[in-house]
Design a protein around this ligand. Structure first.
Ligand SMILES: Nc1ncnc2c1ncn2[C@@H]1O[C@H](COP(=O)(O)OP(=O)(O)OP(=O)(O)O)[C@@H](O)[C@H]1O
Length: 256
């Protein structure tokens, strides 16, 4: 990879599961120090892209290029914490892979920022779903990664936890310069967090549109006319992808 600002690039990726073609000649790039978001409807191949980009799964053909052997960290849709280890032991466990187990100050900072400072010695089953997701998130940052993959990290979280997690990600990213690759189906989440959004079409059609959000993250509000217009544009694209059920109107009227 020659361009300095790219940390990850997917080139001409093809992927099928049996007869189902999920990715066809798919291209995408993630730039150093940005929050890059992949936004798409359910089943459009987001998790498949995430797994291929992060090296958890191989493509049928195509190339994944990385710049300077970046350190990856992952946050999955459902927390994958080690149930037999306490919260702090979960962090130490992943830090050990990189010789970072003595980074006590970093761990303390992450526990404080996430509001989990009183739960360092709790086991995952003693934490609520939102707390587990926060722990999973700070565990990813605890390894001082170059690139964090977030696969729908806010799924099934309540509003307050979502807002807090967004703030946490935004602050750490802004101050550390860590690159984030966020996967989501929620346009609002993408607009509030991302510097750049790739909108994914359904059925192996690739990227439908790329949007850059210039406004500083801390000043973004969905009610802002500019951002709201972007949201409308995204919703229009999504609406095009939604199945038309009008064919059933007569049947619904007659059968109920
Ligand atoms: N291991 C697998 N074996 C067979 N089919 C698969 C496999 N993984 C994914 N698929 C199929 O590939 C398509 C894309 O799935 P993927 O999970 O990448 O989509 P997604 O956009 O992440 O969806 P969601 O938002 O619902 O998680 C789906 O039709 C899914 O059924």
């Amino acid at each position: 990879m020659t361009e300095k600002n790219k940390i990850l690039e997917l080139k001409s990726i093809n992927k099928s599961y049996q007869k189902l073609r999920v990715l066809k000649d798919f291209n995408l790039e993630v730039n150093q120090g940005e929050i890059c978001c992949l936004l798409g409807p359910s089943g459009s191949g987001k998790t498949t892209i995430f797994r291929i980009a992060s090296g958890l799964e191989s493509a049928d053909s195509g190339r994944v290029e990385k710049n300077n052997d970046p350190r990856f960290a992952y946050v999955f849709q459902n927390p994958r914490l080690l149930p037999w280890k306490t919260a702090v032991e979960n962090l130490i466990f992943v830090q050990k892979n990189y010789g970072l187990e003595n980074e006590t100050k970093l761990r303390d900072l992450l526990f404080n920022l996430s509001g989990l400072e009183d739960f360092k010695d709790a086991y995952p089953h003693e934490l609520s779903g939102g707390m587990q997701q926060r722990l999973e998130l700070i565990r990813a940052f605890a390894v001082k990664p170059d690139l964090v993959f977030l696969d729908e990290p806010f799924k099934s979280l309540d509003m307050k936890t979502k807002v807090n997690l967004r703030k946490l990600i935004s602050l750490i990213q802004a101050e550390s310069g860590i690159t984030i690759f966020l996967i989501t189906h929620d346009p609002e989440e993408a607009l509030l967090l991302a510097d750049r959004i790739y909108i994914l079409a359904a059925e192996a059609e690739g990227i439908k549109k790329e949007i850059k959000i210039e406004k500083p993250r801390e000043k973004r509000k969905i009610a802002d006319p500019q951002l709201y217009q972007q949201l409308e544009n995204i919703m229009d694209i999504f609406t095009d992808l939604v199945s038309d059920l009008n064919y059933a109107v007569e049947d619904i009227r007659s059968l109920f």
